[in-house]
Ligand binder design. Structure first.
Ligand SMILES: [Zn+2]
Length: 269
């Protein structure tokens, strides 16, 4: 079991080669926080909001449009006729990745990255371009919608910052916004010092020193999140604070990863 860092590279190009699927992916990509904000006004309890279908809000199953076989909401293709099945746009990301959130350690926080990737591969194989040959336009469309949602669920659960925001949202906490800033003046000073050190870095060694120091802050925010979501009930105040901090470390990590001796670094917070 390991808690994962942000994905080092986008793994999609290896599996999704169809340009049509790609353009679809980009159009359909919605920030989970935005989707959560829209749902925040809903009076429904979390388990209904996240597990319900977009069209039939009280149902926990759906019916195949082709042969009318009833199947779970997260089903990708019909068990009877293998017709592709649309996923509810508000599908629970854990369910979409074949996980029972109540069985994921530390309140859903400690996802197993290897297992997540294994399920992602299986899911993406269903709508692999090779398997779409000969399918109807309708099914091609459903396939593109499926892969966009599965990709979003995968990235959200894999990436600690996105996962923290998603878990906060599941607990109805106010979303962390771009305007939320660090309250701790000492941490803010660390952020400023790390940014400056990266801007002034003239060698790979100096950039590495920034990466190493930053990863310690990043790991301590990740640990704080694990603790916050482990408590019963979860400590949402602590989780939100750690999420805001993690956003700073994640931004510095990205800039430090992209650092090269010839480019000037710009960090946006
Ligand atoms: Zn069917």
């Amino acid at each position: 079991m390991l808690v994962v860092a942000a994905p080092a590279g986008d793994p999609r190009p290896r599996l999704l080669t169809s340009s049509q699927t790609f353009s679809h992916l980009h159009r359909l990509t919605i920030r989970p926080a935005a989707a959560g904000a829209a749902a925040a006004n809903s009076p429904l309890p979390t388990f209904l909001r996240f597990n319900s279908g977009s069209s039939s809000s009280s149902s926990s199953s759906k019916e195949c449009a082709n042969c009318h076989t009833s199947q779970p909401l997260e089903s990708l293709s019909c068990p009877s006729c293998s017709f592709l099945q649309p996923l509810p746009s508000d599908i629970d990301y854990y369910k979409a990745m074949d996980l029972d959130v109540s069985k994921v350690p530390k309140g859903g926080w400690e996802v197993d990255a290897k297992e997540l990737k294994r399920v992602w591969r299986l899911r993406m194989a269903v709508t692999h371009p090779d398997r779409m040959v000969g399918r109807s336009d309708k099914e091609q469309q459903i396939g593109a919608q499926q892969s966009a949602l599965i990709n979003r669920a995968y990235e959200t659960l894999l990436n600690p910052l996105l996962r923290a925001q998603y878990l906060l949202d599941r607990h109805h906490a106010a979303p962390v916004s771009e305007t939320d800033s660090l309250e701790d003046p000492e941490l803010l000073m660390e952020v400023m010092e790390l940014r400056e050190a990266l801007e002034d870095a003239g060698s790979e060694e100096e950039a590495n020193a920034v990466r190493e120091e930053n990863s310690q802050f990043l790991n301590s925010s990740i640990k704080a999140l694990a603790d916050a979501f482990s408590s019963n009930p979860p400590d949402l105040e602590k989780a939100k604070k750690a999420t805001i901090e993690l956003r700073y470390w994640t931004n510095i990590e990205k800039a430090a990863r992209e650092w090269s001796p010839n480019d000037r670094i710009e960090i946006h917070h």
